[in-house]
Structures are given as structure tokens and as C-alpha cells.
Design a protein around this ligand. Sequence first.
Ligand code: SME
Length: 151
Amino acid sequence: MNPTNFSEVFQKIAELVERNPEDIFFRICELLKQEVYHYDWVGFYILDQEKNELVLGPFAGKPTPHTNIAIGKGICGQVAESGKTMLVQDVTKVENYISCGLDVQSEIVVPVLKNDKFVAELDIDSHSPAPFTPDDSKFLTQICDLLADRF
Ligand code: SME
């Protein structure tokens, strides 16, 4: 397994955004899952402002039963509340966590902020222990920034 060349993958995503296919969010999920070894489940949760909850959008990986998440619940709900990235290297160490399967060891959730307001988030589960570095955060934040005006 080679280390990920994040700038190369970002370039591919920027090209996809440029081409703007109809299923762009799904394609981004697929591309991230394919290109980054430690990304095993990649999905978007979108804020439903009326119900004030997160709703699962496009994703790549195993289907999850957690299609609706309350604000403040789990890692996803906490990111919706704070608007800040959460990087969890060992999911067994956090209390406010919603499990999506025993094979998940770590998770990173990055908010999509539109005009400084939380609108959605990019959620990534990994089967690897402690795989994330600040480069993951930087890379995923760049992607979320690129997509913000689509929400
Ligand atoms: N683990 C998340 C729930 C969503 S799944 O990872 C797809 C959480 O704690 O919010």
C-alpha cells in the first residue's frame, strides 16, 4: 500500500466538479473510497433544516441503518452542532458514538460550511486503526469548501 498522493486525488475531484455530472456526490464518494486505502465508507449527511436532523445523502460502501441522525448524537451529530471537524482515531474510546459495524475502527467527519453556516458533512469510516493525519483533514476540508455552494 502506497501513501496517498492527496494533491493528485484532489485534482481528480476538481476535474469532476468542473465536469459536473448529475451524480457528482456519489462519484466523489466512490472516488475517495477507491483512491484512499484507509477510506472504507464515505458518505454525505445533509442538514434537514425543518426537522433539524441529518439525513444520509449519497455514499459509497456498505448500507448503513443510520439514515437519520439527531443533532448532537454520535460523531456526525456533534460535528453538525459544532461546525468543526472531528477526527477519532479509535472509536472504542468515544462515548457519544453511533456504531456502523464492528469492522469500523476510526472515523473522520468534516463539515461543509456555506457562508459560515453548517449545511452538510463528509463522513469517512476506516477499518484501519489510527490512520488519519492532518493531511486527511486538510484534503477533506478542501473538498468540502469546493462543494459548499452546491448545498
Ligand atoms: N459513526 C457515526 C454514524 C454514521 S456511520 O459512521 C455511517 C457517528 O457516530 O455519528
